[in-house]
Write a protein that binds this ligand. Sequence first.
Ligand SMILES: *Cc1c(COP(=O)(O)O)cnc(C)c1O
Length: 364
Amino acid sequence: MPSARIATTPESLIRPEILALNAYHVPPAVGMVKLDAMENPYLLPQSLRDEIARLVADAAINRYPDAAAHQLKAAIAQATQLPSGTEVLLGNGSDEIIQLLALAVAKPGAVLLSVEPSFVMYRMIAAFTGMRYVGVPLTQDFSLDLRATLDAISRERPALVFLAYPNNPTGNLFDANAVRQIIEAAPGLVVVDEAYYAFASDSFIPHLASCDNLLVMRTFSKLGMAGLRLGFLAGSSAWLGQLEKLRLPYNVGVLPQLVAAKLLEHHDVLLKQAESIRQERVKLLAALSAIAGVHAYPSEANFILFRAAKAAQVFEGLKQRGVLIKNLNGGHAALTDCLRVTVGTAEESAKFIAALQDTINQLA
Ligand SMILES: *Cc1c(COP(=O)(O)O)cnc(C)c1O
C-alpha cells in the first residue's frame, strides 16, 4: 500500500524569497548581431590562438586545478599593478564573488546596500543569501545622491555596499569624491565593482592602500574572456583571508586558469581591443544622438544607455531585424523607455543603427 504521504512541492519547501524571484533571463541569440551582454566582439590574433590550443592540448585535465592558482594570480598582479600589500581572491566570474561576500556577512538582519538603477545581481544575491536589500535612488541624471546615500548608510548600517564604477546599466562613473565619502562613512565593507575598468578613465585601486574597508572587484568578462568565467577581488589579506574560507577550493578550473594566465601575458592585445571599442563608442554615441527621438547617455563603459519612445516595440523591431540589445523598460522606474546597446565592431554598429532608424521610422 502506498503511504498517504503529503506531497512535498517546490512551493512548500523552497524559501519564499527564492520563490518570489524571477530567474536571470538570457535570451537566445543564435544568428543575431549580439549586442546585449557587453561582450568583446574581437577575435584573438591567430598566433595567440595557436598558443592557447597547445596549452589546452597539454593541460592536465585529469587533475584538480591548482587551488591557490599561483600562476594566474601572479599574471593578474602583473597586469593590474596592484599596490603592495594587496592580495587577490579569484571567482568563477565576479558574480560568484558578490555571492561569496554576501554569504560571509549575512548575519540575521544584515543589510546589503546599493544604488538604483544598478547591477541587478546585487539585489538578487541579497535575496539568495537572506540579506536585507536597500537601494538608494540615483538622481535624475544617474549621479550619486550623496546626501540620500549617506543618510541611508547611517540609518541602515549596511554590512556591505556595492558601487559599480562605471555603473551598469547607466554607463557613467560616479563622482570619485562622493564615492570616497561613502567609503569613509560606511560602517562595513564597500566594494567598488570595476567590471568596465578597461573602458573607463578612473579606478579605485589606488585607494586600496588608504581605505581599510574598501575592496575592488574586477572581471575579465567584458575584456574578452566572458566564456572563461573569471573575476577577482583585490584588498588586504585581513579581509581576503576570511573570504578565502568560503571560496570553494576548485572554483576556477584548469582550463580557465591556463588560458587566462596566457591572455594576461598579452594584456596589451586585450587593452588594444578595448581601445578600439572606446573609439567605436564615440562614433556610436554620435550616431545614436543624431537619430530624432533618441536620447543617448554618455558612457565610460562598453555599452550605451539610450531612451526612445515605445522602447519595448523598438526592442522587438530590432530583434525582427536580427539585432539583439537589452530592453530595460519595465524594470526600474528610472529606466522607463530605456534600452542598452553593447559597443561592438564598426560593422555591428552600422547594422544596429540602420535597424534602429528603420524601426523608429516604421513606428512613427
Ligand atoms: C557584467 C558585470 C558583472 C559580472 O561579471 P562576471 O561575468 O560574473 O564576471 C559584475 N558587475 C557588473 C557591474 C557587471 O556589469
